[in-house]
Design a binder for this molecule. Structure first.
Ligand SMILES: [Zn+2]
Length: 302
């Protein structure tokens, strides 16, 4: 073959490669979103909490009020779009998980979008996963009952509002136990609606047609302990006070899906650890208090 023909073929080959690379870069850029400016990952001290108004612990937004009413799924932050339950979860993370740049973190089905995920990926070794791609978009698809991750490969797992949508709770918990390193930590958030865990009495679906298999109760703490985790149920100061005093009257009323009266009357105060005081709950709109709880699970070291 003449030299000129060889040179031409090479040029076409390199141009095609360059075009493919450029296309993939452009695709990446279109998907990319400016990272959200997040509050530093460190415990909140009383001096950090404003004296009045609304304050987002995630992005440090301050203003008169959040958007929407007092409900764990509402009270949206105008800057980062976190709702009240997001703020309680990340507040628990800031208070309980010491920051390290080399933290290996998995978050299952994060509710917040790409700006949040980009910001997290700059902070730690961050992986967002999802099983059902209809509901959310995430970095990788992961079946939580058979996770394609090595043993002891994670330092931190955040899993919010996922377990109620999985039929086999035990299969997920044993997988999460396997992939956490000894001493690793997991923060689980599910709707805590009643004293004892049970399937919903009627078929139940969440907004995006995802079926609900379980309504979790206070006994979920014992279930997590059985799996081998050192488990703590984190709540607000207001919720624990109501359990101590058996006070079941909330100014916000009681939302239909929560059996808040039975929970307050049956919970043992010794099983509840206060992580958010009244000032934090007031500024972050973490109310009504029966809607805010997170299970902290530590895999024992030895
Ligand atoms: Zn915010």
């Amino acid at each position: 073959m003449p030299d000129a023909a060889v040179a031409r073929r090479r040029t076409v080959h390199y141009l095609r490669r360059a075009r493919a690379i450029l296309r993939s870069k452009l695709r990446g850029r279109v998907r990319w979103e400016r990272p959200l400016r997040l509050r530093p990952w460190q415990p909140v001290s009383s001096g950090d909490v404003p004296e009045r108004g609304a304050w987002c612990v995630l992005c440090d937004w301050r203003g008169e009020r959040f958007e929407g009413g007092f409900h764990s799924e509402s009270a949206a932050c105008p800057r980062c779009q976190s709702v009240a339950r997001d703020r309680f979860l990340y507040f628990c993370m800031f208070q309980r998980v010491p920051y390290r740049r080399d933290l290996r973190m998995l978050e299952t089905s994060p509710r917040l979008g790409r700006g949040y995920r980009s910001a997290m990926a700059r902070r730690v070794h961050y992986l967002a996963s999802d099983y059902d791609e209809r509901a959310h978009k995430a970095d990788i698809k992961l079946d939580l009952t058979r996770m394609a991750l090595p043993d002891a490969s994670l330092d931190l797992v955040l899993t919010a509002h996922v377990l109620e949508h999985v039929p086999d709770t035990g299969a997920v918990l044993s997988e999460l136990y396997r992939v956490l390193r000894p001493g690793g930590r997991m923060l689980i958030q599910v709707p805590l609606t009643q004293p004892v865990t049970a399937p919903p009495p009627e078929p139940e679906f969440h907004g995006d047609k995802t079926p609900v298999f379980w309504r979790f109760g206070l006994d979920f703490t014992q279930r997590l302990c059985k799996e081998g985790f050192a488990t703590t149920l984190l709540v607000t100061q207001d919720f624990r006070r109501r359990v101590v005093e058996r006070d079941t009257t909330w100014p916000e009323g009681i939302s239909g899906e929560f059996d808040a009266v039975a929970m307050v009357n049956s919970a043992d105060p010794a099983d509840l650890t206060v992580v958010a005081d009244d000032a934090v709950a007031a500024r972050g709109w973490l109310r009504p208090s029966y809607m805010h709880s997170v299970w902290e699970c530590v895999k024992p070291s030895g």
